[in-house]
Design a protein around this ligand. Structure first.
Ligand code: AMP
Ligand code: GLY
Length: 427
């Protein structure tokens, strides 16, 4: 089978690495890919947002099916385009990708399907939004509708901060013109975790739980990033929390989408807050998490190709995944300055030395393979250093040993990945 994976991050390298182990894979392609995907797949120089270019490539190369990594092509309707052309693709249609692309859509779905989430109100008018904030007080959360690469959410600790955020979204359009609508939302307290499932439109198969670390510096300080590290499973997601998330959040969503004639086929990733009243939905993504996927797939014993094929063909009912009884940690090594300005083109050394350690994998993100075979940095998040271990603590300590072998100028990584899980394991 010939499979194309769209995207260029660590998530896509991990997907390709796992697919490569399936006996039915003949050729793997990666568009546009990175320095690591080039080791196991053929990198094709087509950007993830070039929908026409990607579909033409699949027609010409007779690709059997395509997996989409990032959200933007899904929100743009890549699945609808491929379906129209009779090309097989794994992911939600544009209508169902609204679960990620429109926070208003998801909040309204939660309301009608009685899915636990923060209370909310949507406004087109800045003054009305501000009056509502004053009536509720702080802390309060202000969100822009539409995709904003994680920048459209402001957790305001004071009313003044909330009012400033409303002006930024509605008046200054600081996060893009799509931000006409603003959501004012209850500020939930608790611990965050990720529950990711695959759906065939009706049935679901859950992956193991995980937890991300969104802030750039230790102890969750500094700016929000795409994610600085992850581990799986997340001990805070007990069996009860997991089952409640599936039964009260995920299943009603899948049923609600089917009822609306926009069945959700693809990945559904629930970002949840574990509150005193149980898990509540913070947000949905309609794709695999990054870096969560890098910490989940190494634990998966089952065949990823079979899982995805079953999701595409509507035969996930009664399909159970097998997991290795190991924990997995992923540390993101980033370019100094990320998520702000950073330099590119720094030579990376030590990757092979890190990989020689037992139970260690290194997935590439922002890297480029030079003709000279040197690997250079080419993005903010550069590498994902991943390790398996008998428990979270062991996985994390091996991952950090591996990080110590890898060098590039101005490399930055968090030193406290997994601190919450370790607290939990000790308890
Ligand atoms: P989102 O893109 O909606 O997941 O929001 C990004 C981040 O903002 C989340 O990972 C949370 O840390 C935080 N956040 C979003 N909504 C809320 C909320 N209602 N209460 C508290 N924190 C929130
Ligand atoms: N790790 C956060 C995300 O994939 O959106």
């Amino acid at each position: 089978m010939k499979v194309l994976v769209i995207g260029q991050g660590g998530r896509e390298h991990a997907l390709l690495w796992k697919l490569k182990q399936s006996k039915d894979i003949k050729e793997l392609f990666s568009a546009p890919g990175n320095g690591g995907t080039a080791e196991i797949a053929e990198n094709v120089d087509i950007k993830a947002n070039d929908l026409e270019g990607l579909s033409k490539f699949c027609e010409d190369k007779k690709i059997d099916f395509t997996i989409v990594g990032p959200e933007a092509p899904l929100a743009e309707g890549i699945v609808d385009l491929f379906n129209k052309k009779g090309l097989k693709i794994f992911g939600p249609t544009k209508a169902s990708a609204q679960l990620e692309a429109s926070k208003v859509f998801t909040k309204e779905l939660c309301e009608s399907e009685k899915i636990p989430t923060a209370w909310f109100k949507t406004f087109n008018d800045a003054q009305k939004a501000k009056d509502f904030v004053k009536s509720k007080g702080a802390p309060i959360v202000i969100k822009k509708d539409g995709l904003a690469e994680g920048k459209g959410v402001i957790v305001a600790n004071t009313e003044a901060e909330a009012i400033d955020a409303i002006d930024k979204i509605v008046v200054e359009k600081a996060f893009g013109a799509s931000g006409n609508k603003v959501i004012v939302e209850e500020c939930l307290e608790g611990e965050e975790a990720s529950v990711i499932v695959l759906s065939d439109g009706e049935n679901i198969v859950p992956l193991a739980s995980s937890q991300d670390h969104k802030r750039v510096f230790d102890q969750d300080k500094g700016a929000n990033t795409g994610g600085m590290g992850a581990y799986s499973p997340a001990p805070v997601v007990t069996d009860d929390i997991f089952n409640e998330t599936i039964s009260k959040i995920i299943k009603p969503t899948i049923a609600g989408m089917k009822k609306r004639n926009t069945p959700h086929k693809g990945v559904l990733y629930a970002g949840i807050m574990i509150t005193e009243d149980g898990p509540k939905l913070l947000e949905y993504n309609v794709r695999f998490g990054d870096p969560e996927t890098q910490a989940i797939l190494p634990r998966l014993d089952s065949d990823l190709l079979e899982l995805i094929e079953r999701a595409m063909s509507g035969s996930l009912a009664d399909f159970k995944l097998k997991w290795r009884k190991k924990s997995c940690a992923c540390i993101v090594m980033a370019s100094g300055g990320y998520p702000g300005r950073y330099e590119k083109g720094k030579e990376i050394t030590g990757i092979e030395k890190a990989r020689e350690l037992q139970d260690v994998l290194v997935f590439h993100a922002g890297t480029k393979l030079e003709k000279t075979n040197k690997i250079l940095t080419s993005g903010g998040r550069v590498l994902n250093v991943v390790a398996l271990g008998d428990n979270i603590e062991k996985a994390i300590s091996t991952a950090y040993k591996a990080c110590d072998k890898i060098k590039f100028d101005n490399a930055h990584f968090r030193k406290d990945i997994g601190f919450r899980a370790m607290k939990q394991e000790v308890l």
